[in-house]
Design a protein around this ligand. Structure first.
Ligand code: AMP
Length: 392
């Protein structure tokens, strides 16, 4: 059965088509600069990438071109072969604890949650409507980044702010990257050969979050009401003293929205190093002895270690730690620095095993008290799996 996994942004549309349940990736790609000048798209089949310029006035045109590419490349003969389309939704609030069908009622809730994800939810709704218009017979589903975190207990999702902020404005922790945390925790349980596990899953990319996953269910996660909580990140500050906002507002005569932009776009690696939000540039800076790059890295490592140790205590131990996403899968240095700081928990790094990028690997020694794995994430496949199960 052919299942399409879709991630629509305001001016982009990423997709991967799978043959399910075989989990075979048939084609993937991305349409970029939708609604803008000089739009184009890239497709990848059998590892071969092809970039094409195309006028993309809207997401519907992108879907039409995608379907044409599928036919031209003989991946399908007819649109009706696409049985399911799964849409990534960043914010499902407290409404969705699992993937659901894209009924008008459910899509309406996604729209109404836009105030909690203004950059993402409206774009996803545009993507859903475009897909429904072009491939009306496919089952359309909604797969939420927040759903996996809905099993968190109240004590972990509540903030110590006036209670009415929760009842009136839904202020609470929702988490993010849930599809990734779910995917790697399922894979880790497969590796460990059991489901009654205590896992700490570290999704360390440009955006980064860590989750505590017990018996397959999320019990805590570092991201909050928005994806700017917990760890420091590429350009996001993560957890800070909330009073900084009012203080800087006075010092610099900035609005809350302006400060929010600085906390999201000019902080983290970028803010501290003054060099870049990209970890590779930070690593280059460290190699050259740049003090602020070294400080940025040390702060990042410390935050990751803080969360791992917090969740270790919270779950009363840990059966495995998982690293995934851009840095988690690829940064040999970051993993080494984090694992060295976890030696008091009996974690023993194996430098040779750790010298790997983007591959499922055990990176600790055989006598490490906690095994640590790299498990490359695959959010697209997770979306396709949920969509396949709902379509069946
Ligand atoms: P993501 O958001 O998951 O795509 O991750 C992006 C981050 O991963 C960026 O900060 C990249 O610099 C980082 N990254 C990717 N490849 C490497 C690498 N080989 N070494 C260090 N960091 C990397």
């Amino acid at each position: 059965m052919k299942i399409l996994s879709v991630n629509a942004g305001s001016s982009s549309l990423k997709f991967t088509l799978f043959e399910m349940p075989e989990e075979k990736e048939l084609i993937s790609g991305v349409f970029e600069r939708i609604g803008l000048k000089e739009s184009f798209y890239t497709i990848k089949i059998d590892g071969e990438k092809n970039k094409k310029d195309a006028e993309l006035p809207d997401h519907k045109k992108a879907f039409e071109l995608l379907m044409k590419e599928l036919k031209d490349n003989k991946i399908i003969d007819d649109y009706s072969e696409i049985k399911g389309i799964g849409h990534r939704i960043v914010q499902g609030g407290a409404y969705f604890d699992k993937s659901v069908l894209a009924t008008p009622e459910n899509v309406d809730i996604v729209s109404k949650l836009s105030s909690l994800a203004p950059l993402h939810n409206p774009a996803a709704v545009v993507g859903i409507k475009a897909a429904q218009a072009v491939v009306p017979d496919a089952v359309q589903t909604l797969v939420f980044d927040t759903a996996f975190h809905q099993t968190m207990p109240e004590v972990n999702y509540m903030y110590a702010v006036p209670y009415e902020w929760y009842t009136k404005y839904s202020v609470r922790r929702y988490g993010a990257h849930g599809t990734s945390h779910k995917y790697v925790s399922l894979k880790a349980n497969e590796i460990l050969g059991r489901k009654d596990t205590k896992l700490i899953t570290c999704h360390i990319g440009n955006g980064a979050s860590i989750s505590a996953v017990k018996d397959g269910l999320c019990v805590n996660t570092s991201m909050g009401l928005t994806p700017n909580a917990g760890l420091m990140m590429g350009s996001r500050c993560g957890d800070i003293d909330a009073s900084i906002v009012a203080y800087i507002s006075e010092c610099e005569n900035l609005s809350a929205a302006e400060i929010n932009t600085k906390l999201n776009k000019e902080s983290g690696f970028l803010g501290i190093s003054g060099v870049s939000s990209d970890a590779r540039d930070i690593e280059d800076g460290i190699a050259k002895g740049d003090e602020r790059c070294i400080l940025a890295q040390n702060m990042y490592v410390k935050k990751i270690v803080d969360y791992i140790s917090m969740y270790y205590v919270e779950m009363g131990g840990c059966d495995a730690i998982i690293f995934t996403a851009g840095l988690g899968e690829n940064s040999v240095l970051l993993r080494k620095q984090v694992l060295e700081k976890l030696s008091c928990l009996g974690v023993k790094l194996d430098e040779e095993r750790n010298n790997v990028r983007g591959k499922q690997t055990l990176i600790t020694a055989d006598n490490s008290k906690i095994p640590v794995y790299i498990i490359p994430t695959n959010e697209e496949l997770m979306i396709a799996t949920d969509t396949y199960n709902l379509t069946k």
